[in-house]
Design a protein around this ligand. Structure first.
Ligand SMILES: C[S@@+](CC[C@H](N)C(=O)[O-])C[C@H]1O[C@@H](n2cnc3c(N)ncnc32)[C@H](O)[C@@H]1O
Length: 495
């Protein structure tokens, strides 16, 4: 038996949430109940409190220590299976299934191959090798749910939005038992210490025609059942290939004139050096090491170095003067003895052996990327940080670069202004990945797939207004500009 809190996904459900889920699945006809990852047993304890008739409990737990905790906490009669739930394939079906499964990334699933082949054999489903462990739990449980049964599962919200979720969403759409997805705002602690945004999925016995997408902002909403944000979508409207986060809001019908970000520009990640402490250098280091003009490339390594919305040549020179790391060493352009000595030094301290560099030929080559006119930070708290880069500095992975297709300088400046507005931030936020505790992440394709306003649609007078605000931002900084004014210009086209 394995014994590691993280590996076993031992994050315990908040009792209010557990009670809410118990109430969802329990009714006067429930007899048999399954918890496939029981831990200390919070769900069964809730059921004991609200049951109206005798229940037969079955529970699975793989960890010996947890089994001891469970036995101390739960004195009622439970068939406790000390076994990996996923390999215990039985024909038995249950009236109610309730679960907070372990969340483990695919790399951490030791028995991945066995699960995939079992699932193909028994459930005729081709699971993606990238699936999170919780997804196997969900699929198996849905096969063990009686036709008249009900099921509630806590799942990581990411699975609705990532590639491995597609096959599962197809399955769910086919089954038509999914009734509600409660997306729980990441400021609410569903568990003791996990930092993932989660959702509660509720399945019932009907042949559902639509799915309710409910966003929960406070635990009270769950207790009193008064939902502020509830959107219904018909089964046939739902596309398993798409990210489902957009279904939690009605923005498609709310907004006009939006196009895909990828139709305007391509967002791609910044340069990954493989070893910033070797490749990123300050001006003093460049001088000390005697790196030649040709072998240095301007760069921005840290998002914290960028203090203003518009990053100009003057700002770059100031960072250089402050001795920030604003150069990359490009060994492929080495021409002087000192350049080659720096390459030799890299080998002497094994930079060539690090993962990325050992897979490059030569190991010191840099990814070929142009300087991007707009940068967007990868991780954000609250609003996305957007920078208009007027220099030829390249960005490292702290920023994604935005490379435009047809926009000229004026339209790029106007688009930058648009990205700053609350309306743009709200629309883009539909595609964010929530890391929990208020931290959000955008992968390049999250942005490429999101909707933006095509600033080429601005009429001449509005474009001029936006461009004069751009000049103000450049001179005085974002803090001194009323974003409402910009927002109102764009809202006239979008709403
Ligand atoms: C996220 S915790 C949930 C515990 C409890 N149900 C709750 O909600 O507080 C998941 C539990 O599943 C157990 N577990 C992990 N892998 C398992 C497996 N393959 N089969 C059965 N239990 C497993 C872990 O030891 C852990 O106690």
């Amino acid at each position: 038996m394995r014994n590691d809190k993280k590996l076993l996904g031992q994050y315990f459900t908040n009792p209010t949430i557990a009670m809410f889920m118990a109430q969802l699945v329990l009714d006067s006809k429930t007899k048999s109940v399954l918890d496939p990852a029981v831990g200390p047993g919070v769900f069964l304890q809730c059921m004991e409190k609200i049951k109206t008739n005798q229940l037969e409990y079955t529970a699975y737990e793989i960890d010996d220590n947890m089994i001891d905790v469970f036995k101390k906490n739960n004195l009622y009669n439970v068939e406790l299976c000390k076994h990996d739930y996923l390999t215990d394939i039985k024909q038995k079906k249950y009236d109610a299934i309730i679960c907070n499964p372990p969340y483990n990334k695919f790399q951490e699933i030791i028995n991945r191959k066995e699960y995939i082949s079992n699932f193909k054999k028994y459930y005729k489903i081709n699971m993606s090798g990238y699936s999170n462990l919780c997804v196997y739990f969900l699929i198996k449980s849905l096969h063990e749910l009686k036709k008249t049964g009900k099921c509630a599962y806590i799942m990581p919200y990411e699975f609705l939005n990532t590639g491995y979720g597609t096959v599962i969403k197809k399955f769910l759409l086919n089954e038509k038992r999914l009734k509600t997805i409660y997306k729980v705002n990441n400021k609410i602690d569903l568990f003791d210490d996990a930092t993932t945004t989660s959702c509660i999925m509720y399945f019932d016995s009907s042949n559902n025609r639509e799915i309710e997408f409910i966003s929960i902002d406070s635990i009270d909403e769950l207790s009193n059942g008064k939902y502020q944000n509830r959107v219904l979508h018909k089964y046939e409207e739902l596309n398993p290939e798409e990210k489902w986060n957009k279904y939690f809001c009605n923005y498609k019908t709310k907004y006009n004139n939006l196009i895909l970000f990828r139709d305007v520009a391509k967002v791609s990640r910044g340069i990954a050096t493989g070893n910033n402490s070797y490749f990123c250098l300050s001006l003093n280091e460049i001088i000390d090491k005697g790196i030649s003009e040709n072998a240095k490339v301007r760069c921005i390594a840290k998002s914290a170095d960028i203090k203003k919305g518009v990053f100009t040549e003057k700002d770059y020179l100031e960072l250089e003067k402050e001795n920030k790391k604003v150069y990359l060493f490009n060994g492929c352009n080495a021409e002087t003895r000192q350049d080659y000595e720096y390459i030799d030094y890299g080998e002497s301290v094994s930079v060539n052996k690090s993962f990325l560099n050992s897979h490059r030929t030569p190991w010191f080559s840099l990814e070929k990327k142009e300087a991007a006119p707009i940068w967007i930070t990868v991780f954000n708290r609250g609003n996305l940080k957007v920078v208009r880069n007027e220099t030829n500095a390249k960005n490292l992975t702290t920023f994604h670069g935005v490379y435009f297709k047809d926009y000229d300088e004026e339209l790029i400046n106007a688009f930058f202004c648009y990205l700053l507005t609350p309306i743009s931030q709200e629309i883009l936020s539909k595609n964010k990945r929530e890391y929990g505790k208020g931290l959000d992440k955008f992968e390049p394709n999250d942005l490429n797939d999101s909707s933006v306003f095509d600033v080429a649609k601005l009429d001449k007078s509005d474009l001029n207004k936006v461009l004069s605000i751009y000049e103000k931002i450049k001179k005085e900084g974002i803090g001194n500009v009323k974003l409402e004014e910009l927002n109102n210009i764009f809202l006239r086209y979008i709403l």
